[in-house]
Design a protein around this ligand. Structure first.
Ligand SMILES: [Zn+2]
Length: 291
């Protein structure tokens, strides 16, 4: 499903790509896009995880190449965003980072700005929820109109102590029409101590987001995948996909095929390009076996 139909209606289609530039591109922007295309990939999550430092002309070049190569772009905002931080200064700086990302989005052809809301700042869950929600409203009020239709996409956190449980992310998206969730399946696996690892539990998560958010979720499914290790506090380290670390991603791939969803899979494994190719390989193999 999902090819351009007559140039009029453009249905979402399955997409695969790495988090960050492939190492093989050696930081050269044009190389990034040609390597992705040659590898059969069609998505890229631009890593601004240490802050968005791209110059405007580079950002515009990224946007131009993304359109030219038909690579769908998301952007991962800074790791140190913390919207409910104890420090008011950190809260304000976090908002500024998201505003900057929104303003850069149209230049870079970015449609999804992925971010971790941060800690709960030692606050009760309900209070943290309201502070994060209000902060995102402030961000959107200031810069949403300049975003070129990009969504803010809060991510499910791998650490149990961080803001970003399934319920917290869902509630943000219910309350804020400019948000879509980033479902990080490795983080869900780590948070659930390995329980979210098979078809039934995957379906339960997807069904919940679909029934609460409907079309906004289904048309903009954004998944992070990788292997992961965890402790009782949640995530400890990202690992390769398709080796002996969980989660098992095959049941997720089967669901996507059976229902006909069109998520974008962003691989966050230690070699992100290889991880993206692995997910694509699973789809290709399933398709072959069904013929
Ligand atoms: Zn992630």
């Amino acid at each position: 499903m999902g090819v351009h139909s007559g140039g009029v209606i453009c249905l979402p289609r399955l997409r695969f790509g790495p988090a960050g530039y492939p190492a093989e591109a050696k930081g050269k922007v044009e190389q990034v896009f040609s390597i992705l295309t040659r590898s059969g990939l069609n998505a890229l999550e631009y890593a601004a995880v240490h802050g968005l430092r791209a110059r405007e002309d580079t950002a515009a070049e990224i946007g131009r190449l993304a359109d030219q190569y038909d690579i769908s772009m998301s952007l991962h905002a800074a790791y140190y965003i913390s919207l409910a931080s104890k420090s008011m200064e950190t809260r304000e700086r976090s908002k500024s980072r998201l505003k900057k990302a929104l303003r850069f989005a149209p230049l870079m052809a970015v449609k999804r700005i992925v971010f971790h809301p941060g800690t709960r700042g030692g606050l009760p869950e309900e209070e943290a929820q309201v502070i994060v929600r209000d902060a995102l409203n402030d961000v959107w009020e200031a810069a949403g109109a300049e975003s070129g239709g990009a969504f803010l996409s809060p991510e499910i956190a791998g650490k149990i102590g961080a803001f970003g449980s399934e319920e917290e992310i869902l509630r943000l998206c219910q309350e804020l029409a400019f948000c879509i969730p980033t479902l990080d399946w490795a983080h869900l696996y780590a948070r659930s101590q390995g329980k979210v690892n098979e078809k039934r539990s995957y379906l339960k998560v997807i069904d919940q987001f679909e029934s609460e958010l409907g079309k906004r979720f289904v048309d903009n499914m954004h998944f992070h995948v990788s292997g992961i290790t965890y402790t009782e506090r949640g995530e400890s380290a990202h690992r390769p996909l398709g080796e002996h670390w969980g989660p098992d991603i095959l049941p997720l791939v089967e669901i996507v095929r059976e229902v006909g969803y069109s998520p974008t899979f962003i691989s966050e494994s230690p070699d992100p390009l290889k991880g993206a190719l692995y997910v694509k390989f699973l789809f290709d193999e399933l398709e072959k076996s069904e013929k």
